[in-house]
Design a protein around this ligand. Structure first.
Ligand code: FES
Ligand SMILES: [Fe+2]
Length: 398
């Protein structure tokens, strides 16, 4: 027996009332603890998920001019994301074709001479990755610069976000992120700019953050203020599986806002009207972007997994440039920053506590509640990517 998608639309409505199959829900347990503790499984995740999926690397505005770059760690790889002289964004593996030295050790910067020079024997590359010069290598019979361009990764652009994919033959960007591509056009995302960034370093596994983001079972206890502004029983999912999962919550009061006083943080940033002005959207774009368009701003988190129990999870606020340049509006906007910083830290605390608890020798798995149905889909995505079979049927007495 299956849950009808219509029945799953509301996370908050009682499953019993809606006649949903309890037997199926009762078989939904968390992933076994080794998925959060085993270094071997984590290395499989790096190889089969992070090295194969479309990852959100940055906003286009972070590398605005030719020569501007950022480096993006992906497991033990490093990707050099650079804007070339034609204005295109290129993703190169950050490794020299001579003897494999890492080319660039900085997090961000600009190649002012419009070339990338290896720090070891000074091979020089064009911004597009082609080898420009290799000292004395011409003396070698048969050596040709064109045989040694930098290795490239794939680039996908959407809404001002830059995605990369390290696979040699990835699933096409448009195919993988299809549910996302038509969404949120009313926000004019490419026109928005970063108004504020908060950097967080967390001691937990990357999956716990995505799971935390997609359920509001925890909201009444963990986020009293968020629950007041957007009651958790109003949470609705409209994307249930695949790379894009999520839905929205509705304000308790007409014209609400995710701020310390529950009023809007700014003028609407989007063209939506009517009931849509009452919605705050929460989507996880698997495996490293959490995207939350609000009527008055866009919030997103970029997750970088650094170790099995360590992530960098940076939180960004996007606004229209006219709002960013208006001092009084930005003063008011501080209330949204304060609200989300407080809410984020409430989440981070429980996720870090969960990472610690999952070390227990006694705990194996636990049952998902009806409000956590969607987490089962996220777990299935992980198992599918790893090529693992579903774990054996679990009994709390086993
Ligand atoms: S390793 Fe890069 S030039 Fe030698
Ligand atoms: Fe939360």
């Amino acid at each position: 027996m299956k849950i009808n998608p219509d029945e799953r639309m509301s996370m908050g409505t009682s499953y019993k009332k809606r006649g949903v199959d309890y037997e199926l829900l009762a078989d939904r347990f968390t992933l076994p603890t080794e998925y959060y503790q085993s270094e071997a499984i984590y290395q499989q995740e790096i190889a089969k998920i992070f090295h194969q999926s479309w990852l959100m690397a940055c906003r286009e505005e972070e590398i605005p001019n030719p020569g501007d770059y950022i480096t993006v760690p992906v497991g033990d790889e490093s990707i050099l994301l650079v804007r070339d002289t034609e204005g295109n964004i290129r993703a190169h593996f950050n490794v020299c074709r001579h003897r494999g030295t890492r080319l660039c050790s900085m997090e961000k910067g600009s190649f002012r001479s419009h070339e990338i020079q290896c720090p070891y024997h000074a091979w020089r590359y064009h911004l597009n990755g082609n080898l420009k010069a290799a000292p004395m290598m011409k003396e070698l019979a048969g050596f040709r610069n064109e045989d040694y361009p930098l290795f490239s990764a794939h680039v996908g652009l959407w809404g001002g976000f830059v995605f990369i994919n390290l696979a040699e033959e990835p699933t096409p960007f448009e195919e993988d992120l299809r549910p996302l591509l038509g969404k949120f056009q009313a926000w004019h995302l490419p026109e928005l700019r970063i108004a504020h960034k908060i950097e967080y370093s967390l001691n937990c596994n990357w999956k716990l953050i995505i799971q935390n983001y997609q359920e509001c079972y925890h909201c009444p206890g963990v986020h009293p203020l968020l629950s007041k502004w957007t009651p958790f029983r109003g949470a609705v999912h409209d994307c249930f599986e695949g790379s894009v999962i999520g839905g929205y919550m509705e304000y308790a009061e007409k014209g609400g806002g995710m701020t310390m006083d529950g009023k809007p943080a700014s003028v609407p940033v989007c063209d939506v009207s009517g009931p849509d002005l009452q919605k705050v959207h929460y989507y996880s774009i698997y495996p490293n972007l959490l995207l939350s368009p609000h009527p008055d701003f866009v919030l997103y988190h970029r997750i970088r997994s650094l170790a099995i129990d360590k992530i960098k999870n940076d939180c960004f606020f996007l606004l229209h440039p006219d709002v960013i340049s208006d001092k009084s509006r930005m003063e008011r906007f501080q209330s949204a920053i304060e609200f989300w910083d407080m809410t984020n830290r409430q989440d981070w605390h429980v996720c870090e506590q969960m990472q610690l608890g999952l070390r227990s020798r006694r705990f194996k798995r636990g049952p998902y509640s009806g409000q956590e149905d969607i987490l089962h889909s996220i777990d299935k995505e992980v198992l599918k990517a790893l090529g693992h079979s579903p774990p054996e049927k679990f009994s709390p007495k086993s």
